[in-house]
Design a protein around this ligand. Structure first.
Ligand SMILES: C[S@@+](CC[C@H](N)C(=O)[O-])C[C@H]1O[C@@H](n2cnc3c(N)ncnc32)[C@H](O)[C@@H]1O
Length: 315
């Protein structure tokens, strides 16, 4: 971790400042060390350059597996593509260049694919995740002076109130025990007139609700399966892609047995696993999400991709 991260960190237990003691350093970063709370005295390790505010990955073992395996599959810099960049713009409503000079929080950063987009626009980005995806994110962000990775739970975030100019969370909050409760942890971390953008799974259309009903039924079994068995089963998405492109019968098959239709075979397996493996997966409507924004004192604005909403913190 970089020492300058201390200015936004605080103890998740008592909110006091933290002191950093380094045991191993390289390239201006603390690789191993310890953070000690100046208030309650609790300690938090820094391992592999990441400050750790949780002892385990709790209910997101599937994401630890996923992001330690698919380390670069969705990284634009690796693919020489712009798909994560386009996704970022669609789901946050912000162009990366708008964020230049701002302090930004990526909640549920996974491999850091959106951190590299926001950081590429000139923002200083802090990525936080509960899973061991942080190992991958730290590796992917290595050498970037404007990127920080933290392992913590959205329900106990180790950040000082009012720290961030912009917070985004894409495809994350619906994977916690309560999407609304998880969202409500974010606005207090925004500076005045700061903005938050979230994207959560949609139950907006009838088609989505029917598909969701099918996958909720399958998920009852898939989330209880041994993780590697499920991952092997998800390879069925590779050939199913071709069957599902065969007119109406194909479309019907996709509705009753949804699998990823990404043109890239590796991403089809990843996305299908990503859908069927999480312990928690809720779907929401715009009006529900807009209600949470108002409740938190943010003025909501719908973005075009369901269900993505952004909102500015009111004075
Ligand atoms: C589907 S992945 C999305 C990752 C990234 N936003 C992206 O789109 O590439 C969901 C991420 O949310 C993280 N997550 C789930 N529950 C969390 C929690 N309570 N606190 C922090 N992160 C959490 C998971 O570990 C996982 O990396």
């Amino acid at each position: 971790m970089k020492e300058k991260l201390l200015r936004v960190l605080c103890c998740p237990a008592c909110a006091a400042d933290l002191a950093l003691k380094a045991a191993a350093e390289a390239g201006g970063e603390v690789l191993e060390g310890e953070l000690t709370c100046r208030g309650c005295g609790k300690t938090y390790p820094v391992r592999n350059s990441v400050p750790r505010f949780v002892e385990t990955d709790k209910y997101v073992g599937n994401f630890s597996f996923e992001w330690l395996f698919y380390r670069k599959t969705q990284l634009d810099s690796h693919n020489r593509a712009e798909s994560s960049r386009n996704d970022f713009i669609l789901k946050t409503g912000r162009a990366p260049a708008d964020l230049a000079g701002k302090l930004v929080l990526d909640v549920g950063c996974g491999t850091g694919r959106f951190m590299e987009i926001a950081g590429g626009g000139g923002a200083e980005v802090v990525g936080v995740d509960l899973s061991f995806a942080v190992e991958t994110a730290a590796e992917n962000m290595k050498g970037r002076a404007n990127a920080h990775v933290v392992q913590a739970d959205v329900f106990h975030l180790p950040f000082k109130p009012g720290s961030f100019d912009f917070i985004y969370s894409l495809g994350v909050l619906h994977h916690t025990p309560s999407t609304r409760e998880a969202f409500l942890r974010l606005p207090p971390l925004l500076a005045q007139r700061g903005e938050a953008s979230i994207w959560v799974y949609s139950a907006e259309t009838r088609y989505e609700r029917v598909r969701n009903a099918f996958t909720d039924f399958y998920r009852f079994f898939t989330c209880r399966m041994p993780i590697r068995l499920l991952w092997l089963l998800c390879h069925a998405a590779v050939p199913l892609y071709f069957l599902k492109r065969l007119g109406k019968p194909g479309a019907l098959l996709e509705m009753v047995l949804p699998t990823s239709m990404s043109p890239r075979a590796e991403e089809r397996v990843l996305d299908t696993f990503d859908w069927y493996s999480p312990r928690y997966q809720f779907k929401h409507t715009y009006s529900e999400v807009e209600g949470w924004f108002r409740e938190a004192g943010l003025k909501p604005r719908r973005l075009g991709f369901p269900v993505a909403v952004t909102g500015v913190k009111q004075e």
